[in-house]
Design a protein around this ligand. Sequence first.
Ligand SMILES: CC(C)(COP(=O)(O)OP(=O)(O)OC[C@H]1O[C@@H](n2cnc3c(N)ncnc32)[C@H](O)[C@@H]1OP(=O)(O)O)[C@@H](O)C(=O)NCCC(=O)NCCS
Length: 257
Amino acid sequence: MIRKAVPSDKPYVLKFCKYTFSWGDYIQDVWDYWLLDGTLLVAQKTIPVGIIHGVFFKNQVWIEGIRIDSKFRRQGLASKMIKKIELMAKEKLIPFSYMLIDSENKPSLSMAKKLNYKIFQSWNFYTLSAKKTSNYHVSVGNVIFENQFLHYVKSWRWIPLDNDQSDLLASKNKIIYSGKDRKTIAILSDSEHFKNTLIATIFAGSQNSTKNIILYLQNFGKKNNYHRLQILTRENLPKVKGLELKISFHLMQKVLS
Ligand SMILES: CC(C)(COP(=O)(O)OP(=O)(O)OC[C@H]1O[C@@H](n2cnc3c(N)ncnc32)[C@H](O)[C@@H]1OP(=O)(O)O)[C@@H](O)C(=O)NCCC(=O)NCCS
């Protein structure tokens, strides 16, 4: 049975989500938010054995947090839950479904491919240490995004970057750019689930202007007491002390209509 999650599912779910990955899991940190936001489903045998979270936007559904208790894998449960979220999106006439998968997560990639998801883009995840820096040249303001299919990352969800969204971000001073052509851009957002965590999406142009942005972020992080600076970008960033490439992800897309 697949049903909406309820608060009493939490201990069962956290039990099988303790050691999902080599580093553990993050479900314990987001469960309370996810119960209230979007659609959190549970696959139930005699007790909960799987979860999935779907967040519905105007033009896309974002699927995240797919977890199946290791004792119940390869029974089609994750596929069933994904199809259920897709069906809900189709009923809302949402044309695309997206999910993010670690490029080394073979089981999950095979599952996504079997469900007709394609690799839409690949993204690199870097961490950056905060420290006092100087001699960077950046501006804060709006830029014109020529590509209509851009996304920026907000709380680890890839959100369409349309004109309305970029106006909104600019009005909150969340768009930073460097270089005369304004081709190196960072979009800043605070994590909604983790304290003192800044997430920056970088569209990198020249090496110099990208370095400028990175130095700015280090200083911004220090000045504003961020404990974690996370960068998501499609490009390979230049070498900067304190900048570390952690992992790469595939952004998977499926056309629903
Ligand atoms: C990835 C995961 C969600 C798959 O759940 P599942 O319920 O076992 O998946 P399904 O039974 O629906 O599998 C559907 C298809 O995916 C592929 N697949 C799933 N697990 C696989 C594996 N370990 N190796 C190779 N292919 C696999 C197969 O093609 C499978 O079809 P088949 O069993 O008919 O061959 C589960 O392994 C899991 O919870 N992993 C840890 C958390 C995780 O990685 N989540 C995804 C984060 S993006």
